[in-house]
Design a binder for this molecule. Sequence first.
Ligand code: ZN
Ligand code: ZN
Ligand code: ZN
Length: 453
Amino acid sequence: MKNKLIWVASIALLWGCQKENLESPENQEVQRVTPLKEVKAAGTIGSGVMMQAFYWNVPSGGNWWNTVKSKVSSWSNVGFDAIWLPPANKALNGASSMGYDPYDYYDFGNFNQKGSTETRFGSKSELKSLINTAHNNNLSVIADIVINHNSGGDSEFNIFTNSNTYTDYSGASGLFNRTAYDFHPNDYHSNDSGIFGGFADMCHHKAYVQDWLWKRSNSVAKYYKNEMGFDGWRFDYVKGFEPWVVKEWKKAVGGFTVGELWDGNAATLDWWAGAANASAFDFACYYKMRDAFEGNNLNALNGDMLWKRGASKAVTFVANHDTDEIINGKLLAYAYILTHEGYPTVFYRDYEDWLDKNKMNNLIWIHNNKASGSTSVLHVDNDEYVAQRNGNPGLVVYINNSNSWKERWVPVKWRGKRIKDFTGNSNWEPVTQSNGWVKIQAPPKSYSVWSQK
Ligand code: ZN
Ligand code: ZN
Ligand code: ZN
């Protein structure tokens, strides 16, 4: 590293920016441990668009980190600001696991255990190379954190169940060994808010577990941040433990944080986001979009969603590795989340394999350049939806879920100004009236997005 001072300043700037947008003041002093010198600053998470950089059962063989690495510069160029990676830890099923059955949090594909050295996605050095390449391209990297449950422990006699349980975790890394005392039931209590299948359910109430997860200098959280270079956190299955766990983790290491609370109730998501001091995936928005686009009733978009309760706490998405039910109107759903409030996520397969990449890039550009300010719904019925972003420059999105062209007079924020459709789907360039009324149009099963020319 040529100039350590500039580099330290850029790290400080990075965390400063994140704090300004997404952190509370109490998380100001997040950067105590000096990161390795190759860890470079990335862009602010939440200003652009997040890429979910995997899907269920991506190709095995240890090449996924390299596949993602080959794409980060093109993703950065079109306006993504962060990538979310699958769990990087060695898991029960070794080289075939997607990582959601974690065994050794400090084995990133560099210890020969569970049948392989590399994980399904590759080696530790390949992962670090991917993270560095992402940072060099101004992309932040979000780690998938699975701490509700573990899998792959050895059998031991468990005094709390008076039987043998698979709760002996002594992985090859030698770090964060666990026993029956660290799972439920134990000497503290018999359970927490939820278990996942038959997996060993970790107890975050135990001081030893807290110490290893986020407190000590080589805790999982600090190792992922300082040694590996992760910038943010996606917490898996947060129904399985209390929200203070996420809050404490974030207090220890800062960074953008989002929880997977799989629940369509916007009030529940809002409660969790507040209690965890984190963002949440907007499952309420997801299910309303499913009703709107698969159920062919755009009135559903008027329903309660997390982003309507607090846009800075909402991470919106159309599909993910677990659920992908919006099939017919998928591009329309992307037009919805990429023009509305909340931090939108694009699913890898939709972007790379299934949808029109040029249309996705156009919507991402619109998100990053036009979609600002609060939201007003200008019209909604079963097959048409028109909403305005009231900021500067702002936009008007017109979604048409019918089989024919639609046109409609709407009152917009521009007065006597020429506007145009930045998707190119309509070639109209109308001038708004002095009272803001204007006639706009949208093609069948498509959308248009209007802003001042
Ligand atoms: Zn517990
Ligand atoms: Zn999940
Ligand atoms: Zn649990």
